[in-house]
Write a protein that binds this ligand. Structure first.
Ligand code: OFO
Length: 165
């Protein structure tokens, strides 16, 4: 059985995952409009993954005797200034998500909720991968700079990353 405080922090995390999904969906739509189909595919997939993260939390909360709340969502930005800005924002966003996840884990320890602590470890590991991926992408974009050919290849390669990842 979940304590009220753990339930509330998991519900807050549901909102974080839902907003991440929405944010990446907006980025995907922007990229598609800019003709960067590989980037759009990658971001649509990323958005789906965040929705899965949200669903996993919803199911867990309900399974443990809590009530998962479905949050309203803020409208994400429509435009982004550049491809690099998209991935910078994505990286920053993931760093914040990591902090939030660590906050939930911390609360689990305070409340001695070892079951939820164990459940949350999946999110802790996932964040390591997501941060690493975002860092790799940003490094590549920094190398490419404004080189059109480089950006073309980046768009093609990231599509492969989306298929294989
Ligand atoms: Fe991007 O991460 Fe969910 O948790």
């Amino acid at each position: 059985m979940l304590s009220k405080t753990v339930e509330a922090s998991l519900n807050a995390q549901i909102e974080v995952e839902a907003s991440s999904s929405q944010f990446y969906l907006a980025m995907a739509s922007w990229a598609e409009n800019e003709g960067m189909n590989g980037v759009a595919t990658f971001l649509y997939r990323h958005s789906d993954e965040e929705r899965d993260h949200m669903l996993k939390l919803i199911k867990y909360v309900n399974e443990r005797g809590g009530h998962a709340e479905i949050p309203p969502l803020e409208k994400p930005p429509k435009k982004f200034s550049s491809l690099k800005a998209v991935f910078e924002q994505l990286f920053e966003h993931e760093l914040e998500v990591t902090n939030q996840i660590h906050g939930v884990v911390d609360l689990c320890l305070q409340e001695k909720d070892y079951t939820t602590h164990n459940f949350m470890q999946w999110y802790v590991s996932e964040q390591i991968e997501e941060e690493a991926l975002a860092r790799t992408i940003l490094d590549r974009l920094n190398l490419i700079g404004n080189d059109k050919g480089g950006l073309y290849l980046f768009d093609r390669d990231i599509e492969n990353l989306a298929q294989n990842g």
